[in-house]
Design a protein around this ligand. Structure first.
Ligand code: CIR
Length: 255
């Protein structure tokens, strides 16, 4: 079972209100977003993580979604290369922050693109979504790097969602919380799928941390199902990040 000790987060910048979105939920309220982010950091700390908060980056509206800038494992940190042009460069400060912690730091290079939201790990297996943000070349490069370190890597083509982790969350014990297109994805059939109904699809972006599961608040069925399976849930309001197509996993790198 994975054990996380650290997390890297990035303070939301004022310019986040101009972040990329397809959600049609309105503009985020910055002060509310800041308060939600602080509660999120507290929740990570309550799960036993040592949390480092990077300073805000006003030049990148979506920089609070730090998960997209890297893929981390015990053996290697891979610096991503965002597929959204406005997000290119977010990864530089993250690379600087990780350099002192990782002997092995590798990077995705052009023409590859890769966003960390498209990658989930289940033990020694990594799954990479081929999406509007992560192209086959980015996935290929990530595969080459991770395989050198003994991991297996499987590409999963996406049809509907922004990132792979928009629709799935690994819960350890070979369990995968999943919705929509991932409920019957043959590439994920080795997992025990914990299904999420379409009405609660946003809750698929939950996060397992050291035995607890952070879930977005407002999705009672998912919370109840997780608790029935024995998970201790921690509901968090991330409404302002949802307005930018983001969620719980996107707000941190956990390692
Ligand atoms: C974007 O479109 O890139 C941001 N507004 C949302 C990124 C969400 N990140 C994630 O799911 N890992």
């Amino acid at each position: 079972m994975a054990v996380f000790k650290n997390a890297l987060v990035r303070k939301p910048c004022r310019n986040m209100v101009n972040g990329l979105t397809s959600a049609a939920l309105g503009r985020p309220d910055y002060d509310k977003a800041l308060a939600q982010h602080e509660a999120y950091v507290q929740a990570l700390r309550s799960c036993g993580l040592d949390v480092t908060v990077l300073a805000e980056d006003e030049t990148h509206a979506d920089s609070v979604f730090i998960e997209d800038t890297a893929v981390l494992s015990e053996k290697v940190a891979v610096i991503a290369r965002p597929g959204a042009p406005s997000r290119l460069g977010e990864e530089d400060d993250v690379a600087a922050a990780l350099r002192s912690r990782y002997a092995q730091l590798e990077s995705i290079a052009a023409p590859g693109t890769l966003e960390g939201g498209d990658v989930f790990r289940a033990g020694d297996r990594f799954f990479v979504g081929i999406s509007g943000r992560t192209n086959p070349e980015g996935a290929r490069q990530l595969g080459m790097i991770l395989k050198k370190h003994g991991y297996s890597v499987t590409s999963v083509p996406l049809r509907e969602v922004l990132h792979l982790k928009t629709g799935v969350a690994y819960l350890e014990n070979n369990r995968l919380l999943a919705c929509g297109e991932f409920l019957d994805q043959p590439l994920l059939s080795a997992f025990e799928i914990v299904p999420i109904a379409a009405a609660e699809a946003y809750a698929a972006n939950s996060v397992w941390i050291n035995g607890r599961v952070l879930v977005p608040s407002g999705f009672p069925q998912t919370k109840e199902n997780l608790e029935a399976l024995g998970y201790d849930t921690l509901p968090l309001d991330v409404s302002e990040f949802r307005k930018l197509d983001g969620g719980l996993s996107c707000l941190s790198l956990r390692f």
